[in-house]
Write a protein that binds this ligand. Structure first.
Ligand code: GLY
Length: 374
């Protein structure tokens, strides 16, 4: 078996992004995953809307989201050029919509926050917001328009990343990982579920919600848990009127694809690894979607998908070196995995190249205080 510079565990958007970036910079990279491109990344809606997704108290995460959002256009252009594949990327903007007076209070707070940050966003009254997004229902009280937001189709993105990795000579081992091999406090490689031993000095653990289950590490060493999310995909019907922007309501988001499909998401459920779609989730998501867009009832039902976000104690990712020499984490992206892919890929590739974490990811160190306490 060859001795690799880097072995990446996990072939979701984050793992593939890191593999592609590192291989582009000259490293020999192997990616280990039983089914590349099939995990939570493939269920994600791909809405790239850092401002509308902001939660109070998550300022450092918000900054990183903004950096990554700005990187997206150039990163996608390079990826599409190398792979020769479309990723469905487009700058469609986001509309945040209020159904009632309570929603409006929340929207005004969000708008004030955006203005304090100097963000480009516009508050719109009922008629104005329906002028921007005509498919909104007549009861809409108002909204915020964020013209700079964008979206990507995660399934297409994953296919392009796989192709770009292959183009750069990344080796794929289609297997689970039974354990990371640590000798005298240092990474020595890993063993696969098929019993293959891969030797390397550096392992990047990018296995999403499964990162905490990898053998060979002390229990609780990687503080990641699965957070179930269900999304519904609707298909265009003859009479349906679909939004053209990303739309965020207080309880639901809608991401329209260019071909007329509409992704409606998402539940946030602390149910461990329960893989079952539920009638209640579909009911709630469609009801919330209907409250904003009565036209969704004319759409055809496509499917329900279930994914497991990698949640962390403070909702922020784990990026950087650990107490085990050679073990680097790039996981725990929770609700921001697709959005954070360009910045994670770039910064982890830099860490692998230079041996030190770039300044803007040091706040997300896997050994930060919040991780030690929990
Ligand atoms: N960022 C979308 C979600 O986690 O539902």
């Amino acid at each position: 078996m060859p001795h690799d510079d880097v072995v990446v565990v996990g072939a979701g958007a984050i793992g593939l992004g890191i593999a592609w970036r590192s291989a582009t910079r000259g490293a020999s990279v192997t990616v280990v995953d039983p089914a590349p491109g099939s995990g939570a990344s493939s269920v994600a809606p791909g809405m790239l809307a850092p401002v509308t997704e902001f939660h109070h108290g998550e300022y450092e995460l918000f900054e990183l989201n903004l950096v990554s959002s700005k990187m997206f256009p150039a990163w996608i252009a390079e990826l599409e050029s190398v792979s020769g594949m479309s990723t469905g990327y487009r700058r469609c903007g986001t509309v945040m919509a209020a159904r009632d007076a309570d929603d409006m209070i929340s929207l005004r707070e969000t708008f004030a926050f955006q203005q304090r940050l100097g963000m480009r966003s516009e508050m719109a009254r009922s008629a104005e917001v329906r002028g921007i997004e005509p498919a909104l229902g007549p009861n809409t009280r108002g909204g915020i328009h964020v013209p700079g937001d964008h979206q990507v189709e995660p399934v297409a993105l994953l296919a392009a990343l796989l192709s770009a990795c292959e183009d750069r000579g990344v080796r794929f081992v289609r297997s689970g990982v039974s354990g990371i091999l640590v000798e005298r406090g240092k990474v020595a490689g890993l063993s696969t579920a098929e019993g293959e031993r891969i030797t390397c000095d550096r392992v990047v653990l990018a296995a999403g919600a499964r990162s905490g289950m990898i053998g060979g590490l002390p229990p609780g060493f990687v503080k990641v848990r699965p957070v179930k999310g269900q999304v519904v995909e609707l298909l265009p019907g003859d009479e349906s009127v679909c939004p053209t922007h990303n739309v965020r309501g207080l309880d639901v988001y809608l991401v329209p694809r260019q071909d007329g499909r509409l992704v409606v998401g998402a539940t946030v459920e602390e149910k461990g690894w329960d893989p079952h779609p539920t009638a209640g989730a579909v009911h709630d998501l469609l009801r919330y979607a209907y409250e904003l867009f009565p036209g969704v009832t004319e759409m055809r039902f496509g499917e329900v998908r279930v994914g497991f976000r990698p949640g962390t104690p403070d909702n922020a990712p784990l990026l950087g070196p650990t107490d085990i020499e050679g073990l680097i984490l790039a996981t725990g992206h929770y609700r921001n995995g697709i959005l954070l892919t360009p910045v994670t890929a770039d910064r982890i590739a830099t860490l692998l190249e230079t041996g030190s974490s770039p300044e803007d990811i040091t706040a997300f160190s896997p050994t930060r205080k919040t991780m030690k306490r929990s």
